[in-house]
Write a protein that binds this ligand. Sequence first.
Ligand code: ADP
Ligand code: MG
Ligand code: MG
Length: 255
Amino acid sequence: MATLEIRDLHVTVEADNATKEILKGVDLTVKQGETHAIMGPNGSGKSTLAYSLAGHPKYTITGGTVTLDGEDVLEMSVDERARAGLFLAMQYPVEVPGVSVSNFLRTSATAIRGEAPKLRTWVKEVKEAMERLNMDPSFAERNVNEGFSGGEKKRHEILQLELLKPKVAILDETDSGLDVDALRVVSEGVNRVRESGEVGTLLITHYTRILRYIKPDYVHVFSAGRIVESGGAELADKLENEGYEVYTKGGSVSG
Ligand code: ADP
Ligand code: MG
Ligand code: MG
């Protein structure tokens, strides 16, 4: 079973000619089939964790390790990470002029599976996945992210997730900016992938709202660059009632 292991991860960014440490020793293990939620106040470093795992050049790893099935993720290029089975929803935030959703998905699937999916079954697979996500068939012919609304970007992320079936998926703020209907559709997509038992999911969110639709196996509270508490789904209820203040009071946190 695939396992993503993050050990004592330290990450800095350059801002205003100064080096700022954002992640201060993150420890987390996500196994295939498990759903983990990372929750925390704005500015606590949640997206920095996601970008660091994605290999974004702006983020410098200054300590710690990240492995997928024992393989050093930090040594891998962005493409190699995808081929190894890591899916990062923010990996393709940019517009890709002249590349349709349909071609983009097939190219990605080819890279990850090591061979091109058979065209006939592939077209059917894409069509069915889009139907499940209430997406208009014409969406497949649009250029990637060109003029996509917030909701369309999120649906496109979930479409990739369903079709590419990674070992571990990292979804950063997948719920933000979605109305209730879109939130339900996106959550159902995540739950379908989850039920396959083949994908480990790291759901990063500021809000407890999405956790009414996706029940995580584990909830981690993120504050000031590290995980300060871990628990089961009940921890999300506690956060919904009490907020993050208890973790941020005084500016410093001791786990
Ligand atoms: P969250 O996702 O929890 O809201 P972020 O990871 O976005 O938190 O940000 C954590 C801290 O790191 C913030 O103080 C933010 O300003 C800083 N930071 C994150 N990315 C950058 C960047 N690319 N350049 C400068 N500062 C950054
Ligand atoms: Mg440390
Ligand atoms: Mg963020």
